[in-house]
Design a protein around this ligand. Structure first.
Ligand SMILES: *Cc1c(COP(=O)(O)O)cnc(C)c1O
Length: 377
């Protein structure tokens, strides 16, 4: 299998050190007490990225498991849940909530803009009788970062427990779980953390734990049940065998993030330069505001089709870029400049190839994408 350079918004490239970490010899993670310490240390590293003193758990499944575990553990049938929706993942969260019996009310906000906090304030003044709210930090298909720093404290004012999908933001955008009063925050291994796909992690506030542990009805799942994890460390007991090799990789990937003193600044700088170069060349970004520093979504101009760009990039340059799905299918291309992908050289060769791809199909650009990028850096 010929492996391309994956410039997609997850999974992202995995550093050789991380791959080697994964190849380490294993122990029995159910029995070896040393592994309980290793798991705990890895959670502590995640707490540092998340800026939290609350509990963090790593679960054996991709990001979607984290979303579902949050819903399964927090929602009781009939609970009112506010689904804050300005994109595909935002809306989809409501579907997960319905599976577990929530009465879902949608707050829909414009899909090309971040959540409008003033509009949300007015909405909550009229109706705030919610136990829970779901929201998405970075809407990956659209390339929009939502102001979770303002939304979560607002929800807290009304006593609403926030469930935040931060899968494509953690490790690339600032995340201040405690300061921003976020209750349950979900991340994944394969986005900005740049470990292989397969793990999700969650931070769980005291308030979220209280809601999980004091339910009237039992949690209708085992794999998605967070309550059974409450005393894993004290009891030296995991609900199921831990994916030790994946956790080796995750731990090493986080170390790599901390080797650099300012990964957030790197994402901001490169994100801005990518956007500037696309705009300068005459292309149009999908978001109108709230631009993500981990992924950029650009509209496909008239005269060229998604698969033409995609195939050209892959066949001529061995670079994999992404499209999107749902209502954005065939309308946009996406460059994931997150984690290991967020490196000047990788972006340069991607934009150079993209520039060639457009020109090959007679799409006129102002200047050259990669040259604009160099200037913007
Ligand atoms: C990637 C991602 C997930 C995980 O979903 P997959 O489609 O299975 O990768 C969840 N939420 C967001 C916002 C994501 O970007």
């Amino acid at each position: 299998m010929k492996k391309p350079l994956i410039m997609t918004p997850g999974p992202t490239g995995v550093h050789e050190d991380v791959r080697m970490a994964m190849a380490q010899d294993i122990t029995n993670p159910d029995l070896d007490l040393g592994f309980f310490e290793y798991y705990k240390e890895t959670c502590n590293k995640l707490k540092k990225i998340l800026n939290t003193k609350e509990d963090v758990l790593i679960l054996d499944g991709e990001g979607i498991l984290g979303l579902e575990a949050a819903c399964a553990s927090l929602i009781e049938p009939g609970d009112r849940l506010l689904c804050i929706d300005n994109g595909i993942f935002g809306k989809g969260f409501g579907d997960f909530a319905k599976i577990y019996g929530a009465e879902v009310v949608y707050f829909e906000s414009d899909y090309r803009n971040p959540i409008d906090i003033e509009e949300l304030k007015r909405f909550l003044e009229q109706d705030n009788d919610f136990k829970l709210a779901t929201l998405v930090h970075c809407e990956t298909p659209a390339g929009i970062t939502n102001p979770v720093d303002k939304i979560c404290p607002l929800l807290r004012e009304y006593g609403i427990i926030s469930i935040v999908d931060s899968v494509s933001a953690i490790g690339g955008e600032p995340v201040e779980v405690d300061k921003w009063e976020m209750d349950l925050v979900i991340g994944g291994s394969q986005k900005c953390i740049s470990a292989p796909p397969g793990l999700t992690f969650l931070s769980i506030s005291q308030r979220a734990w209280e809601a999980i542990l004091n339910r009237k009805s039992p949690i209708k799942s085992f794999y998605c049940n967070l309550a059974i994890w409450k005393d894993w460390y004290e009891e030296k007991w995991f609900p199921y065998t831990q994916p030790i090799s994946d956790i080796y990789a995750l731990s090493c990937a986080i170390d790599k993030i901390f080797e650099e003193n300012d990964y957030i600044r790197r994402h901001k700088k490169i994100g801005e330069a990518v956007r500037k170069s696309l705009i300068k060349s005459g292309l149009e970004l999908y978001p109108l505001d709230g631009y993500s520093n981990t992924v950029t979504t650009v509209l496909i101009p008239e005269g060229i089709k998604f698969h033409e760009i995609y195939d050209y990039m892959l066949n001529e340059h061995n670079i994999l870029i992404a499209g999107a799905f749902d209502y954005l299918k065939d309308r946009v291309i996406r460059i994931g400049h997150m984690g290991e992908n967020c490196k000047e050289e990788k972006i340069y060769i991607t934009l150079k190839a993209l520039d060639e791809a457009f020109k090959n199909f007679d799409i006129k650009l102002d200047g050259q994408l990669h040259k604009h990028f160099v200037e913007a850096m």
